[in-house]
Write a protein that binds this ligand. Structure first.
Ligand code: UT7
Length: 324
């Protein structure tokens, strides 16, 4: 059975940077109080990139994809599978993956979206890996992309300070050398209410609440427990020890969750990739953006053992262990 090898990655962030102070000043005009100190202390976030009005998830995804294809040294025509993980698709349908396929000028391969909120990228990566292992695809593009700012309630200081926009992508290719070694996904739908955007569109009108709502403390607790268990599970599946991991690339929601997780797993801070300070939480884009940043600044190298982890609404979680 072939392995799925990561042969390229790319990331794209919209150019508009909004610092905590910028955001605090903007919210103050509506009598909503927040501060750089509060945001940094509770989350580690210093700034986020926000898409301008009219910029879509498929546009960010396409730019990240172009960079990943260039990095991999392959053409869009070589792709036989495109999966986009997003909770902020351009349209109800067609899928954002089909829009990206058209924008890249690829044609004929499978293209579809995966919806697992902040776990979306690890869900999409695991799905693409299963296609490759089964011989149903040879070269896959896996993207996490969001314009999360479009579903934020900018009057809710408990959530609007936490998120940002962006896209990250990897190219996978079938290879007889490892590759993705193990992956495990999980969900607990009974926890759907702790993190949701429970709206819908029906007969031309928004039905329900289209904004993201979150019970931050419940999410915090479940994130730490599910990710700890999930990390141990994939290590057992692959027959490696947590000590063997060169790099932990966790979902970038909150520095306190990341630090807590690193300590629980015994992975020292210097082997944990952190971008939440610069990007905030970009949901499905956070893991591929962090992976790409650490590949391109030379930290993650060929041969390294990397654990990627996602966690988020659903409630969902998942881990992927990969030999780069
Ligand atoms: O992909 C998964 C995405 N989500 C997460 O990972 C979120 C996980 N949870 C968290 O990161 C944290 O729970 C938060 C950062 C969301 C909140 O931190 P917390 O330490 O749990 O704070 P809290 O919700 O208990 O709120 C503490 C206080 C409250 O005021 P009172 O009731 O003590 O007077 C909030 O109203 O902080 C207040 N507060 C704020 N103050 C200034 C909430 N948001 C803000 C804000 N600025 N932006």
């Amino acid at each position: 059975m072939p392995y799925s090898k990561i042969i390229g990655s790319g990331g794209f962030l919209p150019p508009r940077v909004v610092t905590n102070n910028d955001l605090a000043a903007e919210l103050a005009t509506r009598n909503i109080e927040t501060s750089d100190d509060w945001i940094i202390e509770r989350t580690g976030i210093r700034q986020r990139h926000l898409a301008d009005p009219g910029v879509t998830t498929s546009q960010l995804a396409t730019e990240a994809a172009r960079r990943a294809l260039l990095d991999a040294g392959i053409q869009a025509a070589d792709l036989d599978l495109i999966i986009v993980a997003t909770s902020t698709p351009d349209h109800i349908f067609p899928s954002t993956a089909c829009l990206v396929q058209a924008a890249l000028g690829a044609r004929g391969g499978a293209a579809f979206d995966v919806q697992a909120v902040c776990s979306g990228f690890v869900y999409a990566l695991t799905t693409a890996d299963a296609f490759i292992q089964a011989g149903r695809a040879r070269t896959a593009l896996v993207i996490g992309a969001e314009v999360f700012s479009s579903i934020l309630d900018w009057n809710d200081r408990g959530t609007c300070v936490l998120f940002g926009d962006g896209a990250g992508a990897v190219v996978l290719r079938a290879d007889d050398q490892p590759g993705i070694l193990a992956a495990k996904l999980g969900a607990d739908g009974s926890q759907m209410n702790i993190l949701c955007a429970a709206g819908n569109v029906s007969h031309g009108a928004v039905v329900g609440d289209p904004f993201l709502r979150m019970d931050g403390q419940a999410v915090f607790k479940l994130a730490v427990t599910s990710l700890t268990r999930s990390a141990n599970d994939v290590c057992s599946m692959a027959g490696v020890r947590l000590d063997d991991i060169d790099w932990l690339v966790p979902h970038q929601a909150n520095i306190r969750i990341i630090n807590f997780l690193g300590r629980r797993l015994g992975v020292p801070d210097e082997r944990v990739v952190v971008t939440v300070d610069q990007h905030a939480n970009t949901s499905a884009a956070s893991v591929p953006l962090a992976l790409d940043a650490a590949r391109h600044d030379g930290r993650i190298k060929a041969g390294d053992l990397v654990m990627m982890q996602g966690v988020g609404g659903g409630f969902t979680w998942g881990s992927v262990l990969v030999r780069m």
